[in-house]
Design a protein around this ligand. Structure first.
Ligand SMILES: Nc1ncnc2c1ncn2[C@@H]1O[C@H](COP(=O)(O)OP(=O)(O)O)[C@@H](O)[C@H]1O
Ligand SMILES: [Mg+2]
Length: 276
């Protein structure tokens, strides 16, 4: 069975791509066959793994989800064709670039395609993480339609909470109309650049909106240079700085996540991860 987790917040710069990259890496290293899907046309997640996506694979999420011009069935790209490997064993990526923007001009029925593609072409993965764009529309709705769970990284500032009510509204609407199985896991406090706030204070800010988020992860993520630097190595912080405080927090967050979705933190047969 595949568990699909969408990472979303309508606010940009709150750590969606970072958290997708880091949590997916811990899961893969712990023995889960894991797929990351970059559903943001900015392509930050893709760029954090590969230098030149197009050179590695001409197909991206855009060609999978957007109907091809000539409409011929044999020209349609499936999700498998858009997958690439990463430097982490067990961890693959469906990359994206600016061309995904065109999905917003597609008809509303487009939002079912990702779910279908995952069912047909990713059933051998244990976990799928979808990194969502910071705006409402077909890309975000595709992710919420396909997902079992929604995880919301939050910057703990009054501004950071702005997009939250809109996202909660969208998630509720998707849940009611399209995907009744969608469960909102809760908010993950990322203290990136919110130096004014301490963990306790940040908690209280988000707790004040318990109408929007049912749960706040006990483990927060602090602002660490190692996290900001990891993408330039195309590796997660778990590999670039394995004994850092940052790696420790990431592992703790993953543990909390796995508990929430009822999966053991490690699979029985853990293959020893090897890095180049
Ligand atoms: N906890 C953190 N510590 C240090 N840098 C962080 C942290 N979280 C995010 N960043 C950095 O902040 C920027 C925005 O994060 P990103 O994950 O791209 O946000 P989003 O996907 O929500 O737009 C990136 O440059 C990222 O490296
Ligand atoms: Mg992002």
């Amino acid at each position: 069975m595949t568990t699909i987790i969408a990472i979303a917040n309508q606010k940009g710069g709150v750590g969606k791509s970072t958290i997708t990259r880091e949590l997916a890496s811990v899961c893969a290293i712990n023995g889960y066959k894991t797929l990351m899907i970059d559903a943001d046309p900015q392509g930050n997640l893709s760029n954090s793994w590969v230098e030149n996506l197009e050179k590695l694979n001409p197909y991206t999420l855009a060609q999978v989800l957007i109907r091809q011009q000539n409409g011929k069935k044999e020209d349609q790209v499936n999700l498998k064709m858009a997958m690439i490997g990463t430097q982490i064993p067990n961890l693959d990526l469906v990359g994206t670039d600016y061309r995904l923007i065109a999905i917003e001009k597609e008809p509303p029925s487009t939002i079912y395609r990702l779910k279908r593609e995952l069912a047909e072409n990713a059933s051998d993965y244990d976990l799928v993480f979808i990194d969502c764009p910071p705006h409402l529309g077909n890309a975000l709705e595709s992710a919420l339609t396909a997902a079992d769970y929604l995880l919301i990284p939050c910057a703990a500032t009054a501004m950071g909470l702005e997009g939250l009510s809109q996202l909660a509204y969208t998630a509720e609407r998707v849940k009611m109309d399209i995907n009744p199985d969608l469960k909102i896991l809760g908010a993950l406090v990322n203290l990136y650049k919110s130096r004014r706030y301490l963990a306790g204070e940040a908690y209280r800010v988000i707790e004040s909106r318990s109408d929007l988020v049912p749960y706040i992860f006990k483990q927060v993520l602090n602002d660490y240079a190692e996290i900001a630097e990891a993408p330039s190595y195309h590796l997660p912080v778990l590999v670039t700085a394995p004994s850092s405080k940052a790696a420790e927090q990431i592992k703790e967050i993953t543990k909390e996540l796995m508990k929430k979705i009822n999966l053991p933190i490690k699979r029985k047969k853990v293959r020893e991860a090897k890095f180049k």
